[in-house]
Design a protein around this ligand. Structure first.
Ligand code: GYE
Length: 313
């Protein structure tokens, strides 16, 4: 190597090292709801792994299902002067004061997976989520078709006050509204988890006996719990009682292949890349669209075998 070339490459090396040292590490706080479902574990994983790939310092906080813990985490992120915040809000209401504090500190807040109700939309940068009303409506339409518009239905609702619970209930009611012989005979929360889904289904089976034709579960985990309860009651899930749910997690596809679940509506939890892309834009001063929508589709059990290997969560 010639002397001039050598000096030039040494200079380039020093320059690139010092630029790397000068670039400030980005710090992002993420307050997650908890770990109630396979869906949520997949979402946590997506956000953590994207942060790692991008070299972002992620401060992760698990709220164990409690809004008060999320509010505490948000205040601590603000005090630490993080660059941005990702919030997966457990319920829709009660966020306004703390979001104002974040806005005052000029920290953009990106909502993932669930929305909030606030009087001023400028309190958050954007919401990245699926259309839960659509998901519920698709579930209802699928069931109407499968039962020729006649079914006694029990509903396992998600966490009270959570956007996906409110909107999936609304969407499902819309999906079956043209069918007077489709009736929701019981509806109760199973808090989006398998154990509660099983327990509530046991109670439904006790009070309704064999008069249940179908289950609509607001997520797959509760459907999987209901499947257990139905089997323990000596009935065949997927045959004696039809089951439709939402999320599209791997174990739902396995249950469909085993003939125990009849249909699931996909809801992607792989929101990490979109969340950090949104943060990037917000920190550049861009005004984002208020809703970055995930597109989902219905997977009836006939498609399960062909689709299972390409499922990513
Ligand atoms: O469907 C459920 C989870 O907020 C969209 O929360 C999410 C929901 C998801 O626990 O499994």
């Amino acid at each position: 190597m010639q002397r001039g070339t050598l000096i030039r490459s040494a200079f380039a090396l020093v320059l690139s090292c010092s630029t790397a040292l000068m670039a400030k590490e980005r710090v992002v706080g993420f307050t997650q709801i908890g770990a109630e479902s396979a869906w949520r574990t997949a979402e946590t994983e997506s956000i953590k792994s994207t942060a790692k790939e991008l070299g972002v310092n992620l401060k992760f906080s698990d709220a164990q299902g409690k809004q008060e813990n999320q509010i505490k985490a948000l205040r601590s992120f603000i005090a630490q002067k993080v660059d941005a915040i990702i919030l997966a809000p457990v319920v829709e209401t009660g966020w306004e004061p703390v979001l104002r504090e974040a806005k005052k500190a000029k920290i953009p807040v990106v909502l993932v997976d669930r929305g909030v109700k606030v009087s001023d939309e400028s309190l958050y940068a954007t919401l990245i989520s699926s259309d839960f009303v659509y998901e519920g409506r698709e579930a209802g339409k699928w069931l109407a078709k499968r039962t020729n518009g006649k079914a006694r239905i029990v509903e396992l609702q998600g966490t009270p006050g959570a956007a996906p619970a409110i909107d999936r209930k609304k969407g499902f009611a819309e999906g079956i509204q043209e069918h007077p012989d489709m009736k929701i005979v019981k509806s109760q929360t199973g808090n989006f988890n398998r154990a509660d889904g099983k327990q509530v289904m046991e109670a439904f089976l006790k009070s309704e006996g064999k008069n249940i034709d179908a289950v609509f579960a607001h997520n797959d985990d509760m459907a999987l719990g209901a499947i257990q309860a139905i089997e323990e009651a000596g009935l065949k899930p997927g045959k004696d009682i039809l089951i439709v749910s939402i999320d599209g997690v791997k174990s739902a596809f396995e249950a469909m292949m085993a003939g125990k679940l009849n249909s699931t509506v996909e809801c992607s939890p792989l929101l990490g890349p979109k969340a950090f892309a949104a943060i990037d834009r917000a920190l550049k001063g861009e005004t984002l669209e208020k809703w970055i929508k995930q597109e989902d589709r219905v997977f009836p059990q006939e498609l399960a075998a062909a689709e299972i290997s390409s499922r990513k969560y």
